[in-house]
Design a protein around this ligand. Structure first.
Ligand SMILES: [Zn+2]
Length: 177
């Protein structure tokens, strides 16, 4: 396999280029998929290839621990927003089981969702005229630390809000048990 940085030919099992040390693309992630994933391409190469081989789940710790943040980091805006909303339901009912369930689902299905997003993006970008591709790629590919931070801050504010909400309603909490 050729190094994407210096072009040197490396063995199929190498993870880093022997010449320049650049991380090598895994064989399972296509060139256009790499352009979209950008970070942790080796990890996602393995996950995607496992899913492609018919594995039902592919566990993702980041998606388990902070699904909405991870989804935003991977530019899955709608999914991230949905998670935030669902979490508010869990907070409202003070349902620890629902929070745990949401975390579990995130860990189990995060990679699957991301794999779907990457494939869709590859297809959409390929359908664009050549000169629009770069802009599309910049918008939809890669990762966004800023978006993850934003979701994190939003979550923190919502947690604070719920804390005040429940403190202001001790009677209701008492009734709920
Ligand atoms: Zn190289």
């Amino acid at each position: 396999m050729h190094c994407t940085k210096c072009g040197a030919e490396n063995g199929p099992t190498e993870l880093y280029c022997f010449q320049c040390g650049n991380p090598l693309p895994t064989e399972s992630l296509s060139e256009s998929q790499q352009l979209i994933v950008q970070k942790n391409t080796n990890y996602y190469g393995k996950c995607f290839s496992a899913l492609r081989r018919g594995k039902k789940f592919s566990w993702n710790w980041a998606a388990f621990l902070g699904f909405g943040l991870w989804a935003a980091y991977r530019k899955m805006w709608a999914v991230s927003l949905l998670w935030l909303v669902a979490l508010q339901g869990a907070f409202f009912f003070q349902a620890l089981w629902l929070t745990s369930l949401l975390m579990l689902l995130g860990g189990l299905f995060g990679n699957k969702l991301y794999y779907r997003k990457v494939r869709c993006t590859v297809k959409d970008i390929a359908a664009q005229p050549q000169k629009a591709r770069q802009a599309q790629l910049a918008r939809r590919g890669g990762v966004s630390i800023g978006a993850a931070v934003l979701v994190g801050v939003l979550l923190l504010l919502l947690c604070l809000w719920w804390a005040f909400f429940f403190r202001g309603m001790p009677a209701l909490v008492a009734v709920r048990g």
